[in-house]
Design a protein around this ligand. Sequence first.
Ligand code: ATP
Ligand code: MG
Length: 132
Amino acid sequence: MVEKTLFIIKPDATKRGIIGKILARIENEDFKIVELKSLKLSKKKAEKFYKIHQGKPFYPELTDFMSSGKIIVCLLAREKGVKYLREVVGATDPELAKPNTLRNLFGTSIRENAVHASDSKKTADWEISFFF
Ligand code: ATP
Ligand code: MG
């Protein structure tokens, strides 16, 4: 079944000028880019987006980071898209991410890990309506 999912290129990656490389990989993996926009999150909006992590030690720095620069937000569609995108993105910590995953290639720390992907169909629906 074709599924929609939400993908974000985070501020570390937009600052480093690797948006094109990341989107090329997404298209090479047969995702359709249904919607795409560039924006800067306010601290408040970043807190809302990652509210599931509220109270965790990394939450303040995560939301500072996510509101520190431009992000690219994409609504993607693909067969089994939610799970497949998580595989292409790789583990949260770039050092643990499998070779050739986006975080292995482009992440520089557990926080500055280049990209975000929805972790379930339910989350994807919520995240898509958050931005689109
Ligand atoms: P994302 O939701 O961004 O796709 P994820 O689902 O792999 O990432 P989560 O556990 O949801 O991982 O964490 C959200 C984000 O918070 C991570 O992508 C990372 O930027 C940051 N983060 C997670 N764990 C840590 C940590 N231990 N230290 C610092 N930052 C962290
Ligand atoms: Mg997550």
